[in-house]
Design a protein. Sequence first.
Length: 176
Amino acid sequence: MNGTIFIQSAIRQFKDYKALAEKTFAQLGEADFYFQPDVANNNLAVNITHMHGNMLSRWTNFLTEDGEKEWRQRDAEFEQQQLDQARLMELWEEGWRCLLSTLESLKPEDLEKTVTIRTKPLTVIEAVHRQLTHYAYHVGQIVFIGKHIRKDQWESLSIKKGASHTFNEQLKSGAR
């Protein structure tokens, strides 16, 4: 496998998930970030603070320190904090900057190294996949909550229902 291709692909995938969440945020108002669907699910603010904490912990000194930092306060990420939307977006961006700058600094030879997350040894490739799936999981929650809030006012982030054929024809004709 070409390591450069893997790193570039991972960066693209992470950015795609970031964009999905941000397209959801753009459809919502400030109060929506604290909408609690039920007691079993986190609101958007909690998802953001959790992802922020996870990203800083996992991607700071990624190649040299365990991904679960002693300074991380994971349990606090799930507690209700009244942060305004601007502050939530600052945390969001800070986490993503940490992740993306670390990925962008990786070299193909780094992919064969071993890192640890909660003392578990993983290849760099495994650690990248682990975090990609973790963030995709939370972005899925974010999108679901956004759709729940917006209901019939939701602007699809993908191909609208019943529009697959038209979409595919547009792709074939280059008219997308």
